[in-house]
Design a protein around this ligand. Structure first.
Ligand SMILES: [Zn+2]
Ligand SMILES: [Zn+2]
Length: 160
């Protein structure tokens, strides 16, 4: 037999039930039956819209890892894209799609502001080594800026 848990709202009550959404233990008095299982009162109260984009810590960690991977791998992807020299915008869009989808999946397909911000930032980072020196030199490298904007836009769109 596993150790009985204690209701998070009534620490003196033992229970074997837990919320389907947040996983916290709840007693029979606190539990609410829903069509997707037993839930705690907090999660029943939340409207659906408020739960969209809510991530668990593990999902946030995975999102950050995916973002890091995108930033690192992205540098080489961007390098290749600029060396190919043609179809830059399409390739950047595809790269953005790959980055956005990866980060979206890493976050348990929840989307939301964390996934979108991670996508945007980690897709923008690989372009910086190409972009920043030119800006510092006083130029506005439109031919780098445009693919970067497309990649970031697409990545954010697909991780929303
Ligand atoms: Zn709950
Ligand atoms: Zn309770």
């Amino acid at each position: 037999m596993s150790e009985p848990m204690r209701c998070y709202r009534h620490p003196n009550r033992e229970t074997r039930l837990s919320c389907a959404t947040c996983g916290r233990p709840i007693c029979t008095e606190c539990m609410r039956q829903t069509d997707v299982g037993i839930k705690c009162p907090d999660d029943v109260k939340l409207p659906r819209s408020a739960r969209v984009g809510a991530m668990r810590t593990s999902q946030i960690a995975k999102t950050a890892l995916a973002g890091l991977a995108v930033a690192v791998v992205g540098y080489f992807v961007v390098l290749v894209i600029f060396q190919i020299g043609f179809g830059r915008l399409i390739l950047s869009g595809l790269a953005g799609y790959g980055a956005g989808t990866l980060i979206h999946r890493a976050g348990g397909r929840n989307g939301g502001p964390i996934a979108m911000t991670t996508s945007g930032v980690s897709t923008a980072i690989p372009f910086l080594p190409f972009l920043v020196p030119q800006i510092l030199a006083g130029g506005f490298p439109f031919f780098i800026f445009l693919p970067a904007a497309i990649a970031v836009g697409v990545a954010v769109y697909f991780s929303r």
